[in-house]
Design a protein. Structure first.
Length: 305
């Protein structure tokens, strides 16, 4: 064999080995690239189908069990039939209590009044196919939970309306069997919360801290990505804040379908409605007891009487 032929043979052997090496590196880079492409994002939508599409797209990219889908309840998957008792009513009452406590429209203990309204009132899905959108994600095998600012005192009313509107998070919940009814204080000096059937009732506490505490309490591994739908940007920001420190990206969906109802909230109408039902609710409590709600503290502040 001539020297030139040996040189050519060595050249092609080296070229082939180099190509194989580059091919292997390319495969590894593609695997890493998939995970690196998952970044936190902020989106706004008036259609839960967009959230569903995002979750399903992620499931095509990574193991579905490494995704955590989180839905808010009020003004995200369900809304009150009227302004009275809704989130916008609560915020109005909170402002009255802080800035004008002796206003005659102040119900006193807004938490007690809201509990009674929840008991008496029905809720509706925010959009007609809201329950179906949640089910599509659940049926894909992605873990799905609800994370609400409601407290444990409202659990009966909350589960009643979730069930009536076709929502169930029990079969898509995180955590081992046996954590289906878990009351605990998530953070030091925090308020009692309850995790039940995939619904975390956090009593108005920081949603990022609450979700972190829930993962720890249930022994759930950190997800590779969190997809969250909530009508309030501050709740989405709270989750992003908590999980950015843990290097977990969050796909934050600000749900806007109920924005018009929130903006058009009529305090005068809500006050009139409360006036019409307050006496009846107090009579029900007097006759049947305070098992479902207790309005005894829903009175004007002492300094205003």
């Amino acid at each position: 064999m001539c020297p030139m032929h040996n040189k050519n043979t060595r050249f092609w052997l080296l070229a082939i080995l180099s190509a194989l090496s580059l091919s292997a590196c390319t495969i590894n880079m593609n695997v890493d690239w998939q995970d690196e492409q998952i970044r936190s994002l902020d989106k706004e939508t008036a259609d839960l189908a967009d959230v569903t599409a995002d979750a399903l797209a992620l499931a095509e990219q990574i193991d579905k069990n490494r995704i955590l889908m989180v839905f808010d309840i009020d003004n995200t998957i369900m809304a009150m039939e009227q302004g009275l008792g809704a989130d916008q009513w609560y915020e109005w009452q909170k402002e009255l209590a802080n800035n004008d406590p002796c206003n005659t429209q102040n119900v006193g203990n807004r938490f007690a009044a809201q509990g009674a309204i929840y008991f008496a009132s029905a809720m509706r899905p925010t959009q007609n196919d809201a329950a179906r959108q949640v089910k599509i994600i659940q049926e894909s095998g992605i873990p799905v939970i609800a994370l609400t600012s409601r407290g444990p005192d409202y659990r009966l009313q909350t589960f009643r309306e979730l069930r009536r509107n076709g929502f169930s998070f029990a079969h898509s919940a995180i955590g081992p069997v046996g954590t289906d009814k878990l009351p605990f204080i998530p953070v030091e000096n925090g308020r009692l919360s309850r995790y039940e059937d995939g619904v975390f009732l956090t009593a108005g506490q920081h949603k990022g801290q609450m979700l972190t505490a829930l993962l720890q309490k249930t022994g759930t591994a950190l997800p590779a990505v969190i997809v969250m739908a909530d009508d309030k940007q501050e709740n989405l920001d709270a989750v992003k804040e908590a999980f950015s420190a843990l290097e977990v990206p969050v796909h934050a969906w600000r749900y806007s379908y109920e924005d018009e109802n929130v903006e058009n909230f009529d305090p005068e109408k809500a006050h009139t409605e409360w006036t019409l039902i307050e006496t009846a609710l107090r009579q029900i409590q007097q006759v049947l007891g305070p098992d479902n709600y207790d309005l005894s503290t829903a009175v004007p502040p002492a300094e205003c009487q």
